[in-house]
Design a protein around this ligand. Structure first.
Ligand SMILES: [Cu+2]
Length: 70
């Protein structure tokens, strides 16, 4: 498993948390996804043999959030 923290500056509330976690957690190869509203980032643990980080970033982008350190 690989752990990474994605910076998503537009995270502001519980709705953002629900949207992003709801989009990332179901992806095949993602183990955990945890949004911190205070830190405006997403901690993701995933299996790089099953999913590319780019696919995770795309799932977040599809919810309307730009990943700053992508
Ligand atoms: Cu929000």
């Amino acid at each position: 498993m690989t752990q990474t923290t994605l910076s998503v500056p537009d995270i502001s509330c519980g709705h953002c948390k629900t949207s992003i976690e709801g989009a990332v957690k179901p992806l095949a190869g993602v183990d955990t996804a945890e949004v911190s509203i205070d830190d405006r980032n997403v901690d993701v643990t995933y299996d790089p043999s099953k999913i590319d980080l780019g696919d995770i970033i795309t799932a977040i982008s599809d919810q309307g959030y730009e990943v700053e350190n992508a």
